[in-house]
Design a protein around this ligand. Structure first.
Ligand SMILES: [Cu+2]
Length: 334
């Protein structure tokens, strides 16, 4: 059973290691534990040794006054300091790896709700409590909650991130071997919290392609971002025309938006979300606060679709602006 596995993997104490992050996290963890064990044993041994060595030998024996030995004081301050700095720098390095998705990561969406996980693939396919992904591909999860705080935890990948209502958080992983890995909700979220779980099915890329092809009878079809853009009449204001009453949304993602109060803000998922749900919070410079709020009308999954659609709108004049640019999109953008 332990064939081909390293010593640590054969220990039943640890979950399987199935992502690129797992060994980074484990090595740091083992180092920290090893340091703690070493010093705990050292202190315990010295306590026993000194207790015997300096015990009171005669009933009338009197203790010595304390002496300060400077070099000893410095030594036992500097050594722990250096060891802790190693842990700090190493920990910061692993933290950066864990929280910065690589630029070639493919984006999947996750919506947590009492008590299930809903997933959406970049190709639009949706699943509940099961997520199929290819092996060897960095995958970025953009996550939100429909109700209370949940936490997305996959022990085999060593990833855990809170999933919050009202905003987006992210996590990423690159699976290193095919298999099925358990998802937990790691934040108490109500009666069925302990059963809020699921499985990530890691597949060979060609199996994943085949899986995507088969049109599994998933749940009710969700309108695409482009269709929602028309359904909620966003396109009546946001279309590339000199007479348009609203800012053009092409190519804004990842750029700085200039606001009426003179400040600038990065256009990311949370900004787009706020623009749709609470448009008066940040008014774009040169425009009136005309946009209605969509709070209560657009669900979390529809929001994700709209945001993904806006992210995909290439800057105008950037060469290929085709039918994918939206129903009212023309080449006439200024
Ligand atoms: Cu939960």
């Amino acid at each position: 059973m332990n064939q081909g596995k390293g010593f640590w993997e054969s220990l039943p104490l640890f979950p399987e290691r199935a992502s690129t992050l797992a060994s980074e996290v484990d090595t740091l963890y083992f180092f920290t534990v090893a340091v703690a064990i070493f010093f705990s044993l050292l202190v315990a041994a010295l306590v026993l040794y000194f207790a015997v060595r300096y015990r009171r030998r005669h009933p009338n024996e009197v203790g010595q006054p304390e002496k300060t030995i400077t070099w000893l004081e410095i030594t036992w301050s500097v050594i722990p300091f250096l060891i802790l700095m190693v842990m700090f720098v190493w920990g910061a390095k692993v933290f950066f790896i864990a929280f910065r998705p690589p630029s070639n990561a493919v984006e999947y969406y996750v919506v947590g709700k009492q008590w299930m996980w809903k997933f959406q693939h970049p190709q639009g396919k949706r699943e509940i409590n099961d997520l199929h992904v290819p092996v060897g591909q960095p995958i970025k999860l953009t996550m939100t909650s429909e109700d209370v705080i949940h936490s997305f935890f996959v022990p085999a990948f060593r990833i855990k991130a809170d999933v919050l209502p009202g905003r987006y958080t992210t996590a990423w992983f690159e699976a290193t071997k095919a298999g099925a890995y358990h998802i937990f909700c790691a934040e108490y979220c109500g009666t069925e919290h302990s059963r809020m779980g699921g499985t990530i099915h890691v597949m060979e890329p060609r199996d994943y392609e085949a899986w995507l092809e088969q049109d599994a009878p998933t749940d009710e079809r969700l309108l695409s971002g482009e269709e929602l853009f028309a359904k909620y009449v966003c396109n009546t204001c946001h279309y590339p025309d000199s007479s348009a009453r609203a800012p053009i949304l092409y190519g804004i993602f990842g750029e700085q938006a200039e606001l009426a109060d003179g400040s600038r803000v990065l256009v990311d998922e949370n900004y787009l979300r706020e623009s749709i749900l609470n448009p008066t919070a940040k008014i774009v410079a040169g425009y009136q606060a005309l946009m209605p709020t969509y709070q209560g009308q657009v669900g979390e999954e529809e929001l994700i679709q709209l945001i993904a659609y806006i992210k995909g709108l290439e800057p105008a004049g950037g060469g290929e602006q085709t039918a994918s640019g939206g129903s009212t999109a023309q080449e006439t953008a200024p």
